[in-house]
Design a protein around this ligand. Structure first.
Ligand SMILES: NC(=O)C1=CN([C@@H]2O[C@H](COP(=O)(O)OP(=O)(O)OC[C@H]3O[C@@H](n4cnc5c(N)ncnc54)[C@H](OP(=O)(O)O)[C@@H]3O)[C@@H](O)[C@H]2O)[C@@H](O)CC1
Ligand SMILES: [K+]
Length: 488
């Protein structure tokens, strides 16, 4: 599913009108879709307040409010202008709610949800009064009352194309039809929170976009249920080069993640002197193979995929040299992470990267691999990197991008700031490795792994605002279900 400018969105809308589709039917379906997304996120009813301006963005909020009320929510309305100044459609949607709505916070329990319907793609320039005051009220309720802000289409006040502009900071942005380009920029990402899409059949996304919003609607079938006659041999064997004394956790997290993501067999290859520290904490399902040449063994054991890098900073110099030599020869597809990437960068061997390699750098590791690209815009830098080195690049950061030669770059919407902690990358490389071992295309393996880890971390928010890598691991199975149910 691509990203479009505000003008391109208007063109799609105009094309729909020419085919006889009415603006009202688009709004009805937009509002219903928004409510469905919200009800998936908040299965228990709570309190919802719609904050609206006079345009159609407020109409979306009013339709969504009606569905929330039907689902048992207490509702209220904060309108910036008297109803006589609203557009035709929002006025009609207000009447469909029938009775007078309170304009104070509803009493009761459950989540407090603020529907931000002040401005959508009609926003021009800095948010003006009286909308600015309502945006401040939402921010205050979010900070002091734990309110969750859900933006209709766009966080109010940001520019649909650039994402620039100060306005509402949302926890969720439910964008309608096609995702707006401004949601993908650093400024937009800082305002939007989790992006969810309500696709509308009458507003089909244009073909050939350079950036795609990744998710189960756009990529169905990536994680189909296993056939009934599936067996261990079908689910892939992984060779893991991970962990060293003091960094055993990285190996445990990567191995466990690979197993949870469905790998049939995970083998950890270690040097004899690392065995005492690495063997004990490993899950019982993991095979541990000891040899003076673990790199050679991992590359020649007939694995379906390799995961190389988590916690291997202390790998022997011989091991490092062996690794660089092996990467140049024929070998199975491989995830390269963390110190695996640092070895490449330090040795000046980044040019070894090719289509067999799925690399997962965070911004610091990326800078070491390509110092000249690090200051560029992330999307441009990612595309330039895979043009230079034809591998699959999963570039971590606020929001993860997955770029590969000949593919539209993918934008991963899942995850949250509370997962910024050690070990998350190890989990991600294990999950991506499992999908590679099952024969998935590297860019699909990378995107799906990023989506699932982010979604698992979102599920873990039920425990509290900070999510450890172990929390993410615990929720991976649930995230896989969420993908299959296509509701997120
Ligand atoms: N496209 C689609 O297919 C679909 C679109 N749909 C929905 O409609 C939304 C677009 O609705 P829209 O066109 O009515 O514009 P909207 O964002 O509500 O704002 C317009 C008002 O904002 C005002 N205003 C502008 N800047 C301002 C500022 N800085 N500070 C203060 N005020 C400012 C401006 O006032 P003016 O400057 O004219 O006085 C005008 O009155 C879209 O985002 C989506 O949610 C769905 O329902 C169905 C499918
Ligand atoms: K909005």
């Amino acid at each position: 599913m691509s990203f479009v400018t505000g003008a391109a969105m208007r063109s799609l809308e105009e094309a729909a009108f020419r085919r006889g589709v009415s603006a009202e039917s688009l709004m009805d379906r937009a509002g219903e879709g928004i409510a469905r997304r919200l009800l998936d996120h908040f299965p228990q009813p709570g309190r919802a307040v719609a904050y609206i301006g006079k345009g159609n963005n407020g109409g979306d909020a009013l339709v969504a409010l009606r569905y929330l009320r039907e689902a048992g929510w207490q509702i209220a309305l904060k309108a910036a202008y008297p109803e006589t100044e609203w557009g035709v459609l929002p006025r009609r949607k207000r009447r469909e709610l029938v009775e007078e709505l309170p304009n104070a916070l509803p009493e009761g329990s459950g989540p407090l949800l603020l529907l931000d319907g002040l401005l959508g793609i009609g926003a021009r320039g800095t948010l003006r009064e009286p909308l600015a005051r309502l945006a401040e009220e939402m921010a205050w309720l979010r900070d002091s009352h734990g309110a969750v802000v859900a933006a209709m289409d766009l966080p109010s006040g940001i520019d649909a194309d650039s994402g620039e502009g100060r306005g509402v900071v949302a926890d969720l942005t439910i964008t309608v039809g096609v995702a707006k380009l401004g949601l993908s920029t650093p400024a937009g990402i800082a305002s939007a929170g989790r992006i969810l899409l309500v696709p509308l059949g009458d507003l089909p996304p244009p073909e050939g976009s350079a950036l795609e919003l990744f998710g189960p609607d756009a990529f169905p079938g990536l994680l189909s249920p296993r056939p009934h006659d599936f067996h261990k041999g079908d689910s892939g064997r992984i060779g893991l080069l991970a962990g060293s004394p003091g960094m055993t956790g990285a190996a445990v997290l990567a191995a466990t993640a690979a197993l949870r993501a469905g790998a049939g067999l995970v083998t950890l290859h270690v040097e004899p002197e690392f065995l005492p520290s690495l063997a004990a904490p490993m899950p019982p399902e993991v095979m541990v193979k000891v040899s003076p040449t673990p790199v050679t063994d991992a590359f020649s054991a007939g694995h379906d995929a390799l995961v190389i890098g988590p916690g291997i900073a202390n790998m022997s110099k011989t091991g490092q040299a062996d690794l660089l030599a092996r990467l140049a020869k024929p070998h199975p597809p491989a995830v390269l992470d963390a110190d695996g990437l640092n070895f490449l960068a330090t040795a000046g061997k980044t040019a070894l990267l090719d289509s067999r390699h799925l690399i997962t750098p965070h911004p610091g590791e990326f800078r070491r691999l390509a110092p000249d690209l690090a200051e560029k815009d992330r999307l441009a830098a990612a595309v330039a990197f895979v043009t230079r080195h034809p591998c699959t690049l999963l570039l971590k950061g606020a929001r993860t991008l997955v770029a590969a030669p000949g593919e539209a770059t993918r934008f991963n919407p899942t995850g949250h700031a509370g997962m910024a902690s050690g070990g998350q990358g190890d989990v991600l490389s294990g999950v991506a490795g499992a999908f590679l071992a099952q024969g998935m295309k590297p860019c699909d393996a990378a995107s799906l792994a990023a989506w699932l880890c982010g979604r698992a971390a979102e599920r873990a928010l039920a425990k509290g605002p900070v999510t450890t890598a172990s929390d993410t691991l615990d929720e991976l199975g649930g995230a896989m279900r969420d993908w299959q149910e296509r509701r997120r």
